[in-house]
Design a protein around this ligand. Structure first.
Ligand SMILES: Cc1cc2nc3c(=O)[nH]c(=O)nc-3n(C[C@H](O)[C@H](O)[C@H](O)COP(=O)(O)OP(=O)(O)OC[C@H]3O[C@@H](n4cnc5c(N)ncnc54)[C@H](O)[C@@H]3O)c2cc1C
Length: 300
């Protein structure tokens, strides 16, 4: 009787099409968690980035020359091939129909799923100040952002780092070590040589034609700059759930099995609301919650 029950469950998961939004710590964790229990289910992973899975926490390493791009690779093409995973890179999810179990993709046909795993992380949100769309304004989220900074540095004369946290401080240190002037907008105890800290006088406008040339501060002073970097205020990134009934409270709300309020939608990693069971921020935690999510999904 028990054996019969198990085989029915296996058939259920076998024929399922599982789509994972993401290709980073939580998404890979979920894929591995699923594959450990089910070789047969169909898995598609979607990422709006153009690179196979890489170690996001190490991206600043390419700026100070510690690491080459290829050393960031975390799971290479063989991983997807050996695990029978379809990987869609440079593919942005724009919407989700929870009624039709379908994803809307940018410039591609829509995609159906039986189970959806959301592992879309958090992203630095640029403030809505005038001129924010200019070339030379960067929010540090991805390898592409680190590469953008790297390309700009040889021609940079003054770089503004606006934000808080370890990444912002590290960026300021790396850039100042290249003998480029850095102005840091935020808290920086014991800044190194070459970093000027500006407090209580935020940037209210980015100036220039297409490219950044300067910024205007709250006291109306204009400060020249060629690169403006934002870091330290990421927010859960699941805009594709706008106008759906998926519960968000400062992130996706999940239960102890990483399931959202919609029975066939699961979530893992940084996109989850803080304080959720099994969900906490950071690379290792994202991977662990992804694995848990994949394992729980196979138990249904
Ligand atoms: C510079 C930097 C340094 C860091 N250093 C550390 C550190 O030292 N230690 C630490 O623990 N953590 C660190 N972190 C944080 C860590 O990287 C994250 O906690 C971790 O990556 C979260 O993993 P995740 O899988 O939940 O999301 P992410 O790694 O953010 O991945 C999200 C995935 O979803 C995809 N995606 C998102 N939206 C869409 C969409 N609409 N369509 C298609 N694809 C989409 C993205 O392409 C990506 O593949 C750092 C982060 C940065 C940016």
């Amino acid at each position: 009787m028990f054996g019969y029950f198990v085989s029915i469950k296996n058939i259920k998961i076998m024929s399922k099409k599982i789509v994972i939004i993401g290709n980073s710590a939580a998404a890979i964790g979920a894929a591995e968690g699923i594959r450990e229990r089910s070789r047969e289910s169909r898995i598609t992973m979607i990422s709006d980035e153009d690179f196979v899975s890489y170690e996001r926490p190490k991206i600043l390493g390419i700026l100070d020359g510690r690491l080459k791009e290829r050393q960031l690779v975390w799971r290479n093409q063989d991983f997807y091939k050996n695990n029978g995973i379809e990987l869609l890179l440079e593919t942005k999810v724009e919407g989700v129909s929870t009624h039709r179990k379908r994803l809307t993709l940018k410039d591609r046909d829509s995609l159906e799923f039986d189970e959806l795993v959301v592992a879309s992380g958090r992203r630095e949100a640029l403030p809505s100040i005038k001129g924010i769309q200019k070339e030379g304004v960067v929010a540090v989220n991805s390898l592409a952002d680190a590469k953008k900074i790297q390309e700009n540095l040889p021609i940079a004369h003054t770089v503004l780092v606006i934000g808080q946290g370890a990444v912002a401080l590290e960026l300021a240190r790396i850039i100042a070590a290249k003998k480029i002037e850095v102005k840091f907008f935020g808290q920086f105890d014991e800044p190194p040589e070459g970093v000027e800290v500006i407090r209580d006088n935020p940037v209210i406008e980015i100036l220039g034609e297409a490219d950044v040339r300067a910024v205007r501060l709250a006291n109306h002073k204009v400060v020249g700059a060629t690169l403006v970097i934002f870091s330290g205020s990421p927010r859960p990134y699941a805009d594709f759930f706008k106008d759906t009934d998926v519960r968000m409270e400062g992130g996706l709300v999940v239960d102890g099995t990483m399931r959202t309020n919609i029975p066939f939608i699961w979530a893992a990693g940084d996109v989850c609301a803080p304080g959720q069971e099994g969900a906490s921020y950071g690379w290792e935690a994202a991977y662990a919650s992804g694995r848990k999510c994949g394992e729980c999904l196979c138990r249904i």
